[in-house]
Design a protein around this ligand. Structure first.
Ligand code: SAM
Ligand code: DTB
Ligand code: SF4
Length: 365
């Protein structure tokens, strides 16, 4: 985890204000489950209450949580690569890679290990510190996992943090990925439990939780978040965040995706979400998961720079970096550099040095 910020005086002032008994922005929120030093448990009502705060009060609370745990001017950069695109048998309503959606995304073969390592090298040269390899699988077959293990080993040897998102894992696969040096496994809960069945019918959210448990038991860090703007209610956004925050421990990385409305997907005509509601979701994620890296994820290409700046103020401290996500676009690095310069943001250094690149991943913290 990044170093704690250094501005004791101003932090004291912020905290004193936030802890005033009459403050609408009091920093108490989640309830401790069981003993007072056990994990904090968030009810959907408590999270929905955060969403209902006046915007300035919500942002203030998010900033207190952010500044207590992170450098507010540092943003971590992860580059994505689709190592196996399209042809997926699942029916996720948002996804351009589902074979049954007529989106123009073809069923392509897996990239070669060399092509992936070359892309990782160039991501590192551009300033990314984490490289995330995505595959359009329901679940990897063992024969497909073998080349992925080689990719993980070689990408990690470059001194990058490694992440993969390959679908549901079968027993033993998480262990193999960790052995190869995978630092993070991305597997999103995507939306509130009660809305999940409206978006995906080919698996349940419990299937996702099962894979997340396997990732944890194997000692990997968890990257888990969701998508907003799929027609869910505000309470359902609160339900998603509460579910994430109640994972024990909560994820180290929390991608907050804005739905990219891809023509040919069932959600292509979904109403646009109020951008300030997206900012609120980021702020609520920051407050409920204070030590996590909260990633401003899909949807950034359509987002104004002013809204992105509000997301950073709300506690986002990570982005997908590079001009492509998996199949859709993302701001190019020049545009991001210009935005970061205007905001005085600097890239975060990798959590581990290149010298550690050959070591096995550290236990999740
Ligand atoms: N197949 C694997 C899985 O579903 O876990 C990995 C790849 S899948 C594309 C990874 C994540 O991308 C999904 O869980 C979802 O959160 C996100 N995603 C896919 N399509 C999206 C879209 N149109 N807009 C925003 N996020 C999207
Ligand atoms: C995540 O939460 N978002 C990324 C990554 N994890 C794998 C994927 C976004 C995909 C957006 C649609 C596309 O480019 O296909
Ligand atoms: Fe397949 Fe993942 Fe897309 Fe769902 S989100 S259709 S599992 S690639």
């Amino acid at each position: 985890m990044p170093a704690i910020l250094t501005q004791p005086e101003s932090m004291d002032t912020l905290e004193k204000h936030a802890q005033r008994p009459d403050s609408p922005v009091g920093i108490q929120g989640g309830q401790h489950a069981g003993s007072s030093d056990g994990p904090v448990s968030w009810s959907v009502d408590a999270v929905a209450g955060l969403f209902e705060l006046p915007f300035a009060d919500l942002m203030f609370r998010a900033q207190v949580a952010h500044r207590e745990n992170h450098d507010p001017n540092a943003v971590q950069r992860s580059t994505l690569l689709s190592i196996k695109t399209g042809g997926c048998p699942e029916d996720c309503g948002y996804c351009p890679q589902a074979a049954r959606h007529d989106t123009g995304v073809g069923n392509e073969p897996m990239l070669s290990v060399d092509a992936v390592v070359e892309a990782a090298r160039s991501a590192k040269a551009n300033g990314a510190t984490r490289f995330c390899m995505g595959a359009a699988w329901r679940s990897p077959k063992q024969r497909d996992l073998e080349p992925v293990l080689a990719m993980v080993r070689q990408v990690r040897a470059l001194g990058l943090e490694t992440c993969a998102t390959l679908g549901m894992l079968k027993p033993g696969q998480a262990g193999q990925l960790r052995e190869a040096g995978l630092d993070y496994y991305n597997h999103n809960l995507d939306t509130a439990p009660e809305f999940y069945g409206d978006i995906v019918s080919t698996r349940t959210q419990d299937d996702r939780l099962d894979t997340l448990a396997q990732v944890r038991s194997a000692g990997m860090n968890v990257c888990c978040g969701g998508i907003v703007g799929m027609g869910e209610t505000r309470r359902q956004r609160a339900g998603l965040i509460a579910t994430l925050a109640n994972l024990d421990p909560y994820p180290e990385s929390v991608p907050i995706n804005h739905l990219v409305r891809v023509p040919g997907t069932p959600l292509e005509n979904e109403d646009a979400l109020d951008p300030l509601e997206f900012v609120r979701t980021v702020a609520v994620a920051r407050i409920t998961m204070p030590r996590a890296m909260v990633r401003l994820s899909a949807g950034r290409e359509e987002m104004s720079e002013a809204v992105q700046a509000l997301c950073f103020l709300a506690g986002a401290n990570s982005v997908f970096y590079g001009d492509r996500l998996l199949t859709t676009g993302n701001p190019d690095v020049e545009r991001d550099h210009a935005l970061f310069d205007r905001l005085g943001i600097h890239g975060l250094e990798p959590a581990r040095s290149a010298a550690e690149a050959d070591a096995v991943p550290a236990q999740a913290t």
